[in-house]
Design a protein around this ligand. Sequence first.
Ligand code: ADP
Ligand code: ZN
Ligand code: MG
Length: 514
Amino acid sequence: MTHYETIIGLEVHAQLLTASKMFCGCNAAYAAAPPNTHVCPVCMALPGVLPVINRAAVEQTILAGLALNCAIGPEAVFARKNYHYADLPKGYQISQYELPLCREGWIEVEDEVEGKVKRIGITRAHLEEDTGKLIHTTGASLVDLNRAGVPLLEIVTEPDMRSPDEAYAYLTRLQRILRYLQVSTADMEKGAMRCEANVSVRPAGQAAFGVKVEVKNLNSFRAVKLALEYEVSRQIAALERGERVVQVTMGWDEERGRTVIQRVKESANDYRYFPEPDLPPLVIAPEWVAAIRSRLPELPDARMARFVNELGLDPQDARVLAEDRAVAEYYESVLRQASAIRPAGPPGQQREIPSAVTPKTVANWVTGELFRLMNAAGAEIAAVRITPEAFAELLELAAAGQINLNSAKRVFGVMFETGRPARAIVQELGLTQVSDVDALAAAVAGIIGQYPDEVARYRGGKESLFNWFLGQVMRETRGKGNPAVVKDLLREALTANADLKSSTGGCHVLRRTR
Ligand code: ADP
Ligand code: ZN
Ligand code: MG
């Protein structure tokens, strides 16, 4: 069988997070609104109205374009894309055609298998308006125009992807960037990010691309991957049978797990694009772009690299922490609180002591305890009630040996529930760690006196009993004993008297093993 190469290019629409719609003042947050309540003459397309460009939408598009390494402007033109559908009362959508806001950028994706970094070219990123929605009921189709005119950012890639996995990786990266920029929720399941996938195959070695098929109706990352995998096999099978691939638009049938023909591909010509006569060309001054660039946050890949190189985290932890901007910021503020150099000693003769809490410790607590509690509660980071100050305080108490690890976890659980500071909970629960050697030595002596058989077995060579003794003493101190101190005392007590009592001990062992 011939070996085939897969070619994929993606078109993504992301709903921008502006307060108002693209060309009118209507509220753009329509999700929970009753039908046709976020509408006005402009987005209902009544005769005689004029659109006005939403500045925030343009700035968000430029911000996204910069993050995608695109060239911006210097001029951008809105264009009419003409077609007829019941959810589009104007009979055209205002989009961009010849002069998009952003062009010629790229995103880097990492090959999961080989770990190699590859650039996926971005052909263009432009601004357009969304359509309304049809609600089909028995005997009628209803039109809801709440969504009509909501700004969409469209991002088109070069045909650079070579596998469904690579397309998946691209989408994940893109989503992460859009979320970092806070220009879109980029939630595919909720329709805030939609993807159309173009895919073709060609015999390996052939220079020209094969005929492409466009797949729509992809409502999740998984659907994109499954639909592409299905299309690749379908196209290869057709070519192997000596048939041609026909350029069509397909829909993904989730239930049957296959693509279905929707229509024969329309061409740009059918849309009769022409510059929007009601809007002026946008002139994008370099100073404007520079001002927007200064608002560009550190992006996830850069942040991850910094976590590895400057904080010494391992790549896995760095990735988990950097992935979500809110998590990354939370982590960094806990770290800042913890490593604030604080004064020690009486006023006048203070010296500065650095925190004993390391970036690694904080990372372990965030990805371990915090994520565990968040998962169990189904809570997002924004809902976490532990302030970075309180978090850092707890870690300081643990690092200073004032509470032991188990107590720290218990206190953390209460902090998560109540949002209260660490020290108050430690005192309330009476968890302050006992490091007082005399008190602990008494507890150790008590346990040794209580379990002579076990002492004998330990001395007879059963060293694994040590942890059992440790457990008994810790229980005796109700978990507050400083384990390091207890261990020392125990070791001492168990060996120091060994000579003195060896005969008795030996007898016990002999009697028991006979
Ligand atoms: P159309 O005019 O049909 O919309 P475009 O040239 O605008 O086609 O490309 C749309 C998308 O399809 C882009 O993401 C592009 O990278 C991708 N694409 C173009 N040709 C192919 C091909 N032969 N195989 C796979 N994807 C392709
Ligand atoms: Zn409106
Ligand atoms: Mg196209």
